[in-house]
Design a protein. Sequence first.
Length: 73
Amino acid sequence: MPTDRILLNKGIKRFAWALPAFFVGPSIIHFAFINKLQPVFYLILLVGIAICVAAIILVFLGLKLIMKSLFND
């Protein structure tokens, strides 16, 4: 049962995209809460939450691809 390297590379790339999002998302959320009096508070907060959700989705999709490449579903 050989490993499908193309799917493995795709999964690792998704993990690589998710890694910076795990740091950028909470930083943007923290920045939004520091500047609560600014008129764009909700917009910045929404962008931070969207980046965090995207990071979680990318990790699950990457893990799914890696598992598919290893176990040949």
